[in-house]
Each structure stands twice: as C-alpha cells, then as structure tokens.
Design a protein around this ligand. Structure first.
Ligand SMILES: Nc1ncnc2c1ncn2[C@@H]1O[C@H](COP(=O)(O)OP(=O)(O)OP(=O)(O)O)[C@@H](O)[C@H]1O
Ligand SMILES: [Mg+2]
Length: 334
C-alpha cells in the first residue's frame, strides 16, 4: 500500500510517501522562514504560508517518488493537536485530493506520528515506552501496541523544546533554539553552572520546566561579564539540566515495567546528547533505546503516512476523519 502523508500542524509544510513494503519513498519539507523576523511562530502567517507551500511540496514529493497521484492508495493528514488554522489548511487540501481521486482519507494524531517516525528506518517492537519531547509536548507514553497508548507523564507548564527555545531566545541565539544550544553545548562544560532539576514532590512523573527557565534567566542576568559564564558552558549546563529532568522521570517510569524497547520522539529527540544519556541509563537495564534520524524527529509528512499505515492495516475500514483539534491527548484520542 502506498500512502501520502501531509503535515501542517505548526510552521513546517511537509509531505511524504510511505510504502508498507519499501518504507520511505519520498519526504519533502518546506520550513517557513517567514517567522524568523518575529522570534517565534505567527499562527495566521503560518496558515497563509501553508496554503502557498502545499501545491509545490506535493508536486516535489510525487516527483521524488516517481509517482502520479493516481498511484496513491490513501491520503493521511495531521488533524491535531496543533495550530487550528494551519491544521485546517492541511485538512482541506488533503480532503480535496481524496474527493477528486476517490481515495480514503485518514486523520492522524500528531503525537502518534512523532512516535511512529521510529518505524521508518527499523521495525518497532512492543510493548514499548516513548519519551515524546517536542516544541509543545513532554510526555512519557506506554505503547502496548500501535493504537493502544497510556499516558504516564506530561508537562505541567513548558515543554522541553520550549525550554530550549525560550532560553536560547534570551541568549540571542534565534529560533528554534534546540539545535544551536546542542551545537554550542558540545564544546562547553556541563558542570560550569548548577541549574535546578524540578521534583514535584508528590511522586508524580510529570515534568515542569518553568523553574529551570527562570533560574537560567537569573543566572544569565547575574553574570558580571560574558567571560564569567561562557556561552558554551551555559548551553552545556542548560542541556544537562533539561536531559537530567527528562531522564529522572524515565528512570522511575520504566521500573517494574516489562518493555522491549524505549523510543525517543519529537523534535528534541534530534538531540544526540539526549540519545546517548538515555542509552547509558536504559541499556544496562536490558532496554534498547532508539531515536529516528534527526530529519524525521522534527515535523514531517512521512511520519504521518507511516502512522496511518497501522490504521489501514488488515483491510480494516479507515477510521472516520474527525475535525481539526488544537489540543488532545493521544491516550484518549478517538
Ligand atoms: N538538536 C536539538 N536539540 C534540542 N532540541 C531540538 C533539537 N532539534 C530540534 N529541537 C527542538 O524541537 C522543537 C521542534 O520540534 P517539533 O517540530 O516536534 O515541535 P512542534 O511540532 O512545534 O511541537 P509539537 O510536536 O509538540 O506540536 C523545537 O523546540 C526545537 O528547539
Ligand atoms: Mg511536532
């Protein structure tokens, strides 16, 4: 089966073609640089740019796969969570393709597609656990099998990606902050600055990054000169504190659970220091750790098509496409 996936949940316009036998056939991404002048994503601008980008992105995807639209068996589209205007543009575009070519349309949850990006380059094994860390989410999810999810932890305020982005903005490093912080951190001393790791005190596995963000701001403002706290050391210390909190919860979440693999997912999963630290923590416990290649960690259309493959398996009727939604947990989706 050949599935076209379309992703427009935030500021990346992307499409991909996934074949259930050959995996990735094409993956095309148009990143919206139009937001850079604003230091963050402007929702209305994102919708307008998706509208402009979708036709050329689709054309390039079909050309890369050397296919025609008539060769596609189904169209999958992210229908939430995300920016409502952006989602509606993607949904309307996908729906018009399926109406014109009389193909099934499958709505995909954005977090499920981030997790299923792990299936693009290898076959995932279950039961498993996923750490979803992105611009809007920090969650630990138990995966009994594709489609059966239990939410074990979420964030009570900022997401891990937001912590990278907001502190990077304060440091004048631009948006998105995660990749540049990771690059600078490689040359820095992670023990140069002690930043706090939030513990919620009620035994909860939930995350909280707002205290870390404030501590980082105070430490940055308190420096007497830039040489007091080199930028690279600051980034290394920030990255260590974010990874430290992420994995402190993971360590407790895996305890007593019979899982065959641990998957990193979402944009922050592109961070190779996180992958290394998670592997060092879990592999001695007999739990192999995986992350998608960095290009499949951030938003992309191919992961949407890959997630939809499970919903189209075994000749089951494709799930009815719901409306676009801005918020909603994967565990209670559908
Ligand atoms: N190498 C990296 N290290 C740390 N963070 C990174 C890295 N690469 C990307 N990120 C972060 O990943 C985030 C973007 O990920 P993603 O595209 O999944 O987010 P989103 O789609 O906006 O949010 P969500 O998936 O929660 O809706 C940004 O916060 C970015 O800083
Ligand atoms: Mg995302």
């Amino acid at each position: 089966m050949i599935i076209l996936g379309i992703e427009t949940s935030c500021d990346d316009t992307s499409a991909g073609i996934y074949c259930t036998r050959r995996k990735v056939m094409a993956s095309v991404l148009a990143t919206q640089i139009e937001h850079r002048a604003f230091g963050g994503v402007v929702p209305e601008l994102a919708s307008r740019v998706h509208l402009k980008n979708l036709p050329p992105v689709l054309r390039a995807t079909l050309e890369d796969a050397e296919l025609e639209l008539s060769d596609i068996d189904a169209v999958a589209v992210t229908h939430g969570p995300g920016l409502l205007g952006s989602l509606l543009v993607g949904l309307a575009f996908a729906r018009s393709l399926t109406k014109a070519w009389d193909k099934p349309l499958v709505g995909v949850h954005h977090i499920e597609s981030h997790i299923m990006a792990n299936n693009l380059e290898r076959d995932m094994v279950f039961p498993a656990m996923a750490l979803v860390v992105s611009g809007g989410h920090s969650q630990i999810i138990l995966i009994r099998e594709p489609g059966r999810y239990e939410l074990l932890a979420t964030t009570r305020d900022d997401a891990a990606g937001e912590a990278f982005d907001k502190v990077a903005k304060m440091l004048g490093l631009g948006y998105p902050g995660g990749p540049v912080v990771e690059k600078l951190a490689r040359e820095g001393d992670p023990d140069a600055l002690r930043l706090p790791i939030a513990r919620l005190g009620d035994g909860s596995l939930d995350y909280s990054f707002s205290g870390l963000k404030t501590a980082a701001r105070l430490a940055w403002e308190a420096r007497s000169a830039v040489s007091d706290c080199e930028l690279r050391d600051f980034c290394a210390s920030l990255q260590k504190a974010i990874i430290g909190q992420l994995l402190e919860r993971v360590k407790r979440a895996v305890r007593g659970r019979d899982i065959k693999a641990f998957y990193l997912a979402g944009g922050v999963a592109a961070n190779r220091a996180l992958l290394e630290a998670a592997s060092n923590l879990l592999e001695p416990l007999g739990i192999p750790v995986f992350a998608p290649s960095p290009r499949y960690c951030t938003d992309n259309g191919i992961m949407v098509a890959c997630a939809a493959a499970n919903h189209l398996r075994d000749d089951r009727e494709p799930p009815p496409i719901a409306e676009a939604f801005s918020r909603g947990n994967l565990a209670s989706w559908r």
